[in-house]
Design a protein around this ligand. Sequence first.
Ligand SMILES: NC(=O)C1=CN([C@@H]2O[C@H](COP(=O)(O)OP(=O)(O)OC[C@H]3O[C@@H](n4cnc5c(N)ncnc54)[C@H](O)[C@@H]3O)[C@@H](O)[C@H]2O)C=CC1
Ligand SMILES: CC(C)CC(=O)C(=O)O
Ligand SMILES: [Mg+2]
Length: 358
Amino acid sequence: MEYNIAVVKGDGIGPEIVSEAMLVLDKVGEKFGHKFHFQEVLAGGCSIDKNGIPLTDETIEICKNADSVLLGAVGGPKWDDVPSAKRPEKALLGLRAALGLFVNLRPAQMHKALADACPIKPEIIGDGFDILVCRELTGDVYFGKHYRRESDKGWGETGADDMNYSVYEVERIGRRAFEMAMKRNKKVCSVDKANVLETSRVWRETMHRIKDEYPEVEYTDMYVDNCAMQLVRNPGQFDVIVTGNLFGDILSDEASMITGSIGMLPSASMNESGKGMYEPIHGSAPDIAGKGIANPIATILSCAMMLRYSFGLKDEADAIETAVENVLNAGHRTADIAAKGEKVLSTSEMGALIREQL
Ligand SMILES: NC(=O)C1=CN([C@@H]2O[C@H](COP(=O)(O)OP(=O)(O)OC[C@H]3O[C@@H](n4cnc5c(N)ncnc54)[C@H](O)[C@@H]3O)[C@@H](O)[C@H]2O)C=CC1
Ligand SMILES: CC(C)CC(=O)C(=O)O
Ligand SMILES: [Mg+2]
């Protein structure tokens, strides 16, 4: 089969990690008899530099018309002072909205070989953990009105961001979370801040209404502050965590670190018709950009999610995941997951070793 993939390398380490992932897809194509056609497009800071705006209509059209989208990361200090409506991150939010990508799946699994890179004590980790953060991606405070006004207390200029969730949006993500749980360990933990936020009260009431449609699933509610704590106290208690855009963003970065590094976590963002955008959960890592030391595994595993979820290529997805596992089991490490004194691989050396396993 032939597949058209729009590629948004983006900024910072984006081009370094995405190039490795594209080579992995080429290798999978060779092995399994597929052809992946890549069309590179600009979004984020690099688009601001070339076009004056972070996201052009052309990029949106190419991404909409492709079978799938592979994205690295956008943003960086170079563009920190551009007006907020034109920041690189607006490209990401714009693409998510334009493609209707309401669900963002972020799996955080313990790779046994990386136990040493996990900052939590082995007796707490026990047999490991396998968490799926199911984050709502096109609502919440990220898509509310952002504005400034004068403080009515005379405290000067005040920033304000509207946080919203409608019943429709919660039902849509909630059902997706229950469906994912049915294919896994049949547990859903819904995370909110219903003790304070009206948005969260609508979230919780809606989740309680739909949970009865899935009687086999064990359902719990948890406040987000408690969840942040429980993720390090006992990560093994979780199966699917369903939550809003902001809480999911923060909790998935935290969940990534207990796997060893944020450089390990892939993600899949999908719309109602299964169209997807696949990206690592991390950002453009300006502190290490251009040094060739970023971990490409999150992006490579995002390609596995693309093959599985958008193209239905299960064996091909498994092959990538097994190749990554083999490389980790053989003790190969990039800087972020290496123990003191361990040999450290570059981005391209890690990519090459993974391809050798395919
Ligand atoms: N999806 C996206 O495009 C995202 C973009 N961003 C943007 O990225 C820029 C930097 O944001 P930060 O808060 O620094 O988050 P970040 O995720 O880029 O980096 C946080 C820390 O993790 C490290 N790190 C990240 N990815 C890594 C990898 N693959 N291998 C090894 N180490 C890695 C970085 O070196 C840094 O020390 C900002 O402009 C931010 O807005 C942030 C998150 C997501
Ligand atoms: C850069 C933000 C818009 C989003 C983010 O941090 C994320 O999706 O992980
Ligand atoms: Mg984030």
